[in-house]
Design a protein around this ligand. Structure first.
Ligand code: ADP
Ligand code: MG
Length: 739
């Protein structure tokens, strides 16, 4: 293909490069944000005030006059289609523009005109001889040539722009590039293309950049959508094929810890927990690495299932590692596991069980001496279970016999982490990997972004648990606000605990716009009033703690604060006090968003709730009601009455099913963000693919890609696909490193 510079003008080149296109193919793969699609042609007599019109008309007359108050002229062109007349009005600064329009709009000329009609027609205007108008219409001269008319009725692409590039510059750049579309190479093998009934890439690019009708656009896009899905699925297929060739320790030891641990559990497993446990044990019992995604709603009891799998590894003479995204969470897992295992976790100690293993915690903030001791236990194999944060991934950590890695709350981890952990497995082999997702992911989204994992779902919550009751609270209603705090006070008086979550650590900090604003949900009717939700500075942790201490409803409550700017020691201490019940109320940032498990906590207040995403709110309320007592959550907002915020919060409050909310979130935000959160390591966003809309294409792409990879694992016969995969992974890498 010729270079960009040889085909484009300097201005075009600048605009195109600003959009990230490096070559002609990259340019041709820039897809319009939208199209201006001319409405169906209408007769003028059927057109009403305020309607968008496309009409074929003849010019009757034209006249121009100087404006009185400003420089410039008004050009008025009267046109007719035989059913009615219309005036096209142009306000023009320069005389030469007046002349230019007049020279094109000569009486008798046939044109097609597009625009919005103003001035109600009707008897009144007829009496005054006033005609409906269109100000500054777009028009095309079509003469008596119907081919020109069809041309004029084509959808017009509207491209994304960067810097000062003009839309017309982008259009002309694409027009210059389009003749080279035949040289663009699709990643989809020809046989697949034919079997799928998709247009060839060259044709697809023409349909996208120069559609004749609105129907051409989705037909053209279908190629790029399928191609993107196909490349992703081919990556997954290759990873799975690699797994199938990689040895892993078969973890099939049946004792002695497992039966003893199950006896010690303070509850009976749910049916879903048992089913998923069996599926996991079956998979990690094989001698190739399992790659599992364990998902389940907040509070569905994923930790215990993971622990049972880790115990299986220890019973099989191997080690297991549990990774959490934060130290708070790693410490909590450590506490939970040692508590559940009791003397089974205290190998080598007087109070340990003779067959016990050792459970160790490894975090970045540990003191050197303690850390060295832990590392020794990891390397010698004394530690059967190691709980940690990212520190576990750092290079000096060597495991004696790592058989299983569990990654909790996946959305903070990239695949790259998974790959690095795998390198810590037995020589030449890989440990089994279980990823536990923080947020339920709708099935098609998981397939599109995490398709190299087998998905296991905990679809049942431990019985006897009352679902959390949630309320959206408009704080401008003082009675409601008071009622909210007295409910929190009542819980505390009953001996329960509460969380209050703030969007900021300090109130003075500059706040990014609220999530809702980013969602485009900000209420237009209040936006101009200067008091839209996004303009209220969010409340901070410290100030909120002080204000709550002064509230009569909370008199005497022991209040603590927790946020990311505290030292790990302080964080650990505060979390410890909360767990032990020495604090009644914890004011925190979203550091407590995922995973935190304080079974005695029953009340959750989220302040400035509109600043949090849907799944964030669901995660946050999942922090309460995890024990025997029912939980209550309040999503408080100071958004003005009548804004879109309250109904939105009410919708979340009214839906307790995390999967339903995840889908709601996806529909609202589009899949790009979700994919970013999932950090599949495949690039931050999907370019063309919409995981909900394109579910069916994803399934077809998956089947086709797996078949292609099965027949040709190294893709020797598909260089274009190989190149596309390399490109995708190369693009993804720097982002994964940042996480
Ligand atoms: P999540 O899936 O959100 O990570 P956890 O694993 O933290 O949930 O479990 C939530 C709470 O439910 C914990 O306090 C845990 O001890 C408890 N739990 C787990 N399984 C059961 C069960 N089968 N019956 C009763 N409580 C359970
Ligand atoms: Mg958890």
């Amino acid at each position: 293909m010729p270079s960009l510079a040889s085909v484009l003008t300097p201005a075009e080149l600048k605009g195109v490069r600003a959009l990230g296109a490096e070559d002609l193919e990259g340019l041709l793969r820039i897809v319009p944000n939208r199209y201006v699609i001319p409405g169906a042609l209408r007769a003028l007599q059927d057109v009403h005030e305020g309607e968008d019109v496309s009409a074929v008309v003849h010019v009757v007359s034209a006249r121009d006059r100087r404006m009185r108050s400003r420089a410039g002229s008004i050009l008025e062109v009267t046109v007719t289609d035989g059913t009615d007349r219309l005036v096209l009005t142009f306000f023009l600064q320069r005389d030469h523009l007046v002349q230019w329009h007049r020279s094109r709009l000569r009486p008798g000329e046939r044109i097609v005109v597009f625009g919005t009609v103003k001035h109600a027609p009707g008897p009144a205007r007829a009496e005054r001889g006033e005609l409906p108008q269109i100000a500054h219409p777009r028009y095309e001269i079509v003469g008596e040539d119907d081919a020109l008319l069809r041309e004029a009725m084509r959808p017009i692409p509207v491209y994304p722009l960067r810097r000062s590039t003009k839309q017309s510059t982008m259009r002309s750049a694409l027009a210059s590039a389009l003749p080279h579309a035949s040289e663009a190479v699709s990643a989809i093998p020809a046989a697949v293309l034919a079997a799928q009934g998709l247009p060839a890439l060259e044709q697809a690019l023409h349909l996208i950049h120069a559609p004749r009708t609105a129907d051409d656009i989705p037909a053209g896009l279908s190629h790029l959508v399928f191609e993107e899905a196909f490349v992703l699925q081919a990556i997954f297929a290759q990873r799975r094929a690699l797994d199938a060739r990689t040895p892993a320790p078969a973890l099939e030891g049946a004792g002695p810890l497992q039966p003893m641990l199950e006896e010690r559990l303070p509850f009976t497993l749910t049916g879903a927990q048992r089913t998923v446990r069996e599926a996991i044990l079956e998979r990690i019992g094989r001698d190739h690495p399992a790659n599992l995604l364990l998902q389940g709603d907040v509070g569905s009891g994923k930790t215990i299932v993971a622990l049972l799998a880790m115990i299986r590894a220890v019973d099989s003479g191997h080690q297991a590692a549990l990774l959490a995204p934060t130290e708070v969470l790693a410490e909590q897992h450590f506490r939970t596991i040692t508590a559940l295992m009791g003397d089974l976790s205290r190998a080598g100690r007087l109070d340990g069980h003779p067959q016990a293993t050792a459970v160790r915690l490894l975090t970045g903030s540990q003191r050197t001496a303690q850390r060295r001791e832990t590392l020794l236990d990891v390397t010698s194999g004394t530690a059967g279970i190691v709980v940690g944060t990212h520190a576990l991934l750092s290079d000096p950590v060597e495991f004696a016999a790592l058989g299983l890695v569990v990654i909790d709350e996946q959305h903070r981890f990239g695949v790259d982490h998974r790959r690095r952990l795998r390198s810590k497995g037995p020589a030449g082999g890989s440990p089994h990997v279980i990823v536990m997702s923080a947020t339920p992911i709708p099935r098609t989204a998981a397939l599109a972004t995490l398709g190299d994992l087998d998905i296991l779902t905990l679809d049942e919550s431990p019985s006897g648990r009352t679902p959390i009751t949630s309320f959206a609270v408009p704080e401008e209603n003082q009675a409601w606000e008071q009622r909210m705090w007295s409910r929190v006070g009542e819980e505390i008086a009953e001996g329960r605990q509460a969380f209050v979550v703030c969007a900021r650590i300090e109130e003075s900090e500059e706040a990014p716009p609220s999530t809702l604003e980013l969602d485009g949900l900000s209420p237009p009717e209040t936006a101009g009033a200067g008091d839209a939700a996004g303009e209220i500075a969010p409340r901070g942790v410290e100030e909120t703690a002080r204000r709550l201490a002064a509230r009569p409803e909370l008199a005497g409550a022991r209040i603590g604060v927790l946020h990311g700017r505290m030292s790990s020691e302080d964080k650990q201490q505060v979390m410890g006090e909360m767990v032990e019940g020495r604090l009644d109320l914890l004011v925190a940032t979203t550091v407590i968003e995922v995973g935190v498990d304080v079974p005695n906590a029953t009340a959750m207040v989220v302040l400035d709730a509109e600043r949090f995403g849907v799944s964030q709110l669901h995660q946050l309320r999942g922090r309460v009601g995890r024990g025997e007592h029912p939980g209550i959550a309040f999503f408080a907002t100071r958004a003005p009455r009548g804004s879109a915020v309250l109904p939105h919060l009410q919708e979340i409050a009214g839906t307790t099913d995390g999967f339903a909310l995840a889908e709601l979130d996806l529909r609202r935000r589009g899949s790009g963000d979700l994919v970013g959160e999932v950090q599949s390591g495949l690039g931050r966003t999907l370019r063309f693919l919409d995981v909900l809309r394109d579910a069916e294409a994803i399934a077809r792409a998956r089947e086709a890609a797996f078949a292609v990879v099965a027949a040709d694992p190294e893709l020797e016969r598909e260089p274009a696909l190989r190149e596309a995969i390399a490109h995708r992974l190369r693009d993804a890498d720097p982002r994964v490193e940042r996480s």
